[in-house]
Design a protein around this ligand. Structure first.
Ligand code: BES
Ligand code: MN
Ligand code: ZN
Length: 468
């Protein structure tokens, strides 16, 4: 629990130190402690100073760097890691701190405190007081941070859940249960019969090899004053073996995370409802397990996508684009969207191009791309825009179908994005695709990430939706 208060709360006192000594004030001891801080100001640097025989019995100095959002977020995360969870904290907020910085601080405190458990256990039993002379000024910041963190936690929980539990029906049940606790949300779940009746050939092909059938979840937030309709699409492969084109032992290890895009768009939509954002949102999660079995689709099969076009599939491991193509085609044909954004753990090539921590952003719309980049930067999620070169569309040529799903010419993340772009029809210029394979998982505890699923995308989407 994090609360705002006028006076310092109980427990260990936390003092911020910035790199240019802008943060001044406080009593003589505070001033002196700041002055003598080692490693002064480096964002996330923590120094614990005992105060024998006095109350509080210790002070934590934490660096906030340039005292911007990134610096305060890093500070919040570092403090939570440095102090045991049963110890109360009281953070002395400087008078000049901005609401955005308070939001970032609270996000850091909450996000770094995440732990995955079979049953949720509150990671911090003792509370955090944010001491300020003006608590009212920061109430909205704290609420935005709380909702953002809760939504990110949900996405992390869904992604960390083992695939023996997390089949498509289970995921859909979680969405139904979450939506039921919030007014203004509706959920529709299409099972295999309905998918077949409506022509979702990509989802059915990919899910056909599994003992647990595929489905399409549609979660809608429809507030009365909405001006725009945003459709969010997330790849929801609950486990990716590669199918008949089976992955290697190492390549398969983390494939329970292959629904991270679906988790992010669902969690962000729930968060938008919690924040009462005045924008209409439809989140689509095409859910399937890409399994190996006698009923799995085969390399060389030709499938018919939702939009009626055909895809030759010579590599069953390129399954994500097949389920996304159906959902994108459905969004464009049936939902009349103003903007379409899809998030997907789509290619290993994302990490080859940009390394572990950076998503690849694609769009023909400079304004949309810019707004997403701005939102990501503020939210603390990194992405980098890559091109959609027209001439590479030739790579998608197939002799026997409208297109080919897995060309081998290289630039895997780009070619996958180009494949998706084929299903946007007249909304092509109002679409963005984010390949978030790489940043969907953290190898270790670091800053606001805890080892395992990161919930990547929830923060960026919530920031962007607040401006959409
Ligand atoms: N889910 C994988 C992509 C992936 C790989 C995500 C590693 C996260 C970490 C996706 O379905 C896949 O297998 N993509 C193939 C595409 C290829 C067959 C064209 C890939 O990246 O190798
Ligand atoms: Mn795959
Ligand atoms: Zn996959």
């Amino acid at each position: 629990m994090i609360r705002l208060a006028e006076a310092s709360g109980p427990g260990t006192r936390v003092l911020a130190v910035d790199d240019s000594a802008v943060l001044a004030g406080g009593d003589a001891e505070t001033v002196e402690l700041r002055r003598t801080a080692e490693d002064a100001g480096r964002a996330g640097a923590v120094q614990i100073l005992p105060r024998p025989l006095r109350t509080p019995a210790k002070v934590v100095l934490v660096g906030v760097g340039a005292a911007d959002e990134a610096g305060w977020r890093a500070a919040g995360a570092a403090v939570v890691r440095a102090v045991p969870g049963d110890e109360a904290l009281s953070v002395t907020l400087p008078d000049e701190i901005t609401p955005a910085a308070v939001r970032a601080l609270a996000e850091g405190l909450w996000l770094a405190g995440y732990r995955f458990r079979e049953a949720p256990i509150p990671p911090r039993s003792a509370g955090v007081t944010l001491a300020t002379s003006n608590p009212d000024a920061y109430a909205d910041s704290l609420e935005s941070a709380r909702v953002t963190a809760a939504a990110t936690w949900l996405a992390r929980d869904l992604t960390n859940t083992p695939s023996a539990v997390k089949n498509p029906a289970w995921f859909a049940e979680q969405v139904v249960a979450e939506a039921a606790t919030r007014p203004g949300l509706t959920v529709t779940v299409r099972g295999p019969e309905q998918l077949a009746a409506e022509g979702f050939g990509g989802i059915l092909a990919v899910g056909g090899g599994s003992a647990t059938p595929p489905c399409l979840v549609e979660l809608a937030w429809n507030p009365p004053p909405a001006s725009r309709h945003v459709v969010l699409v997330g790849k929801g492969i609950t486990f990716d073996t590669g199918g008949i084109s089976i992955k290697t032992r190492d390549g398969m290890k983390l494939m329970k995370k292959d629904m991270g895009g679906a988790a992010a768009v669902i969690a962000a939509t729930l968060g938008a409802a919690d924040l009462h954002l005045p924008v209409r949102i439809t989140a689509l999660a095409p859910l399937a397990e890409n399994a190996v079995s006698g009923s799995a689709f085969r390399p060389g099969d030709v499938i018919t996508q939702y939009d009626g076009s055909t895809t030759e599939t010579t590599n069953s491991d390129a399954e994500g684009r097949l389920v996304l193509a159906d959902a994108l085609g459905y969004a464009v044909a049936r939902l009349n969207p103003d903007v379409v954004i899809d998030l997907a753990t789509l290619t290993g090539a994302n990490a080859v191009a940009l390394g572990k921590g950076t998503a690849a952003l694609y769009s023909h719309d400079d304004e949309l791309a810019g707004a997403l980049e701005t939102a990501g930067a503020a939210a603390g999620e990194r992405m980098w825009r890559l091109p959609l070169p027209d001439d590479y569309l030739d790579y998608l040529h197939s002799d026997i179908a409208d297109r080919h799903s897995s060309p081998t010419q290289g630039a895997g993340s780009v070619v996958a994005a180009l494949f998706l772009s084929e299903f946007l029809s007249d909304r092509l210029d109002r679409w963005a695709h984010i390949d978030m394979s790489a940043p969907s998982w953290a190898e270790k505890n670091e800053a606001d990430l805890t080892k395992g699923a990161t919930g990547w995308g929830v923060r960026t989407l919530l920031r962007w939706l607040a401006t959409a």
